[in-house]
Design a binder for this molecule. Structure first.
Ligand code: BES
Ligand code: MN
Ligand code: ZN
Length: 500
């Protein structure tokens, strides 16, 4: 992927490359301080706007190549609509839309000035940059012939803002979040022959460069600890299972706050095991580790921006394969918690992995809350489609905070029910519980299963099967994998769990 370099400077007309500017529905060119727009350019713009029926609607664009009166090679004029629309515009989405309109040049200058009501604060500028980074992402590592239409070499973007120093400061933190999202996307997009549990563990260990403590538990160690529910899932695979524990200690020394904990399902490939999946679309199950990828991306973001919080990430890494040694339907396993589980369907494996990781995290770290992310059920896509992740929680305050962070970041969550009558559906004839609850309420019975391993700890479960992969293209993502959840959870931490 061509590299993107982003910088901030005082607004000025560029000598070359693409110039991006914003106009409202009145089509007035933004004020340039002491400088004036050349009359030829104003005339060319008016003529082009009429010819193209450009009305300055939000995110509509008008492109002028070789613009009269300017040194720039190209001008992209982006609409911001009426005054009411302008304040509502999300700078991240706007940055994405701008990136999408940039084309092939090597340099672009984006003038974040003008129309009244348009958000041009340092925060907004950094968020525009974030949207641009996310939109520019492309996973082409395994393409031997690169796309001819893509810009060659690096692309340098200069954001023209009133207070460049302040914008740079916000961007220093925000770029860490962008890197976290991109890291999560990369992990999900990687093929399963490359990214198996041990390799995933090594990628997680790279966070040590940012000051994160990383501990990797291999199969032997997991056996000793007693994570038999997790190990049962991986026992049909040639690839040894792993659990990776990441710790970011960003709170002040002596802080009495308990750590926050994030747990991820990391099924590096899910064939379904002996209850094997149909062949069509099975390749998508390389993304069944998106929950774990999100946790790694989030830990990257928190460490990169030096978040003032103690955060723990724990991910369960396995491969679910059919084999002579694979787990059978009918097997009964004893989980780390001591509770026994009858395996009904070996394709309901994510909850078995999470059961042990949740219990382990609760026991060892005594966190103030646990949030797990998992591509857990196909049923959540039937219920909510790809617009919302399913949210299940035993704690209203935590649930409300997640819903709010979702609205702020555009990573939306929708709360689903839990209750004793659903819980009954996973009682087993032979063991303490079974790993499936039948066809009805499939996402809910999966969440009820997890709930049996968190006891009284405030907990939220995010079923991200619909949002993490196979994502529809958007202003901020053109890739198969979205990196969903990194921005949501980073925002949750910022809004509520960081010391001043
Ligand atoms: N990883 C799948 C869920 C999934 C399906 C994620 C499609 C993303 C896209 C999970 O392990 C699974 O197979 N769940 C089963 C559960 C069933 C056997 C109770 C499902 O949803 O069908
Ligand atoms: Mn499965
Ligand atoms: Zn799965």
């Amino acid at each position: 992927m061509a590299r993107l370099k982003i910088d901030f400077a005082a607004p000025a007309l560029p000598k070359q490359g693409t110039l991006v500017l914003f106009v409202g529905d009145d089509l007035a060119l933004p004020a340039l301080g002491k400088a004036k727009w050349p009359a030829e350019f104003e005339a060319a713009f008016k003529k082009a706007a009429t010819a193209e029926n450009f009305k300055g609607k939000p995110k509509s664009t008008l492109v002028l190549a070789a613009p009269a009166g300017l040194d720039a090679d190209r001008v992209v004029i982006v609409g911001t609509g009426a005054v009411e629309d302008r304040a509502k515009a999300d700078p991240v989405m706007l940055g994405g839309a701008v990136m999408g309109a940039l084309g092939k040049g090597k340099a672009a200058t984006v003038l974040l000035v003008g129309p009244k009501g348009f958000n041009t604060t340092p925060d907004a500028a950094a968020n525009v940059a974030l949207g641009m980074r996310l939109r520019a992402y492309k996973f082409d590592r395994y393409k031997s012939k690169k796309d001819d239409d893509a810009p060659k070499g690096d692309l340098t973007i200069t954001l023209g803002v009133a207070d460049p120093a302040a914008a740079k400061k916000v961007w220093a933190a925000e770029s860490g979040v962008a890197d976290g999202v991109i890291l999560a996307r990369d992990l999900v997009n990687e093929p399963p022959n490359v990214l198996y549990p041990a390799e995933f563990g090594r990628r997680a260990a790279e966070l040590e460069k940012l000051g994160v403590d990383v501990e990797i538990l291999d199969g032997k160690k997991l056996e000793k600890i007693g994570m038999r529910a997790l190990l049962g899932v991986g026992q049909g695979s040639e690839r040894d299972s792993r659990v990776a524990i990441m710790r970011w200690n960003g709170a002040k020394k002596g802080s009495k706050d308990k750590p926050v904990a994030f747990i991820g399902k990391g099924v590096c490939f899910d064939t379904g095991g002996i209850s094997i999946k149909p062949a069509g679309g099975m390749e998508d199950m390389k993304g069944d580790m998106a929950g774990a990828a999100c946790v790694v991306g989030l830990m990257h973001a928190l460490a990169a921006r030096k978040a003032k919080v103690d955060a723990i990430g724990v991910i369960g890494l396995v491969e679910n394969m059919p084999d002579g040694n694979a787990q059978r339907p009918g097997d009964i396993v004893t989980s780390l918690s001591g509770q026994t589980i009858e395996i009904i369907n070996t394709d309901a494996e994510g909850r078995l992995v999470l059961a042990d990781v949740l219990w382990y995290t609760k026991d060892r770290f005594k966190p103030q809350f646990m949030i797990d992310l998992a591509t857990l059920t196909g049923a959540i896509m039937v219920a909510l489609g790809q617009e919302n992740a399913g949210l299940f929680s035993n704690n209203d305050e935590l649930a409300e905070r997640l819903i709010k962070a979702g609205l702020e970041t555009g990573e939306h969550v929708w709360r689903m029910p839990l209750g004793p009558s659903y819980d009954k559906m996973i009682d087993s004839k032979f063991a303490d519980m079974k790993n499936t609850g039948g066809r009805f309420g499939g996402s809910i019975t999966a969440a009820q299963f997890l709930k049996r391993f968190v006891e009284e700890v405030p907990w939220a479960h995010l079923d991200i099967a619909g949002t993490a992969m196979g994502s529809p293209s958007s202003d901020v993502n053109q890739s198969w994998s979205s990196g969903w959840g990194v921005r949501l959870l980073d925002r949750l931490v910022r809004d509520h769990y960081e010391a001043e």
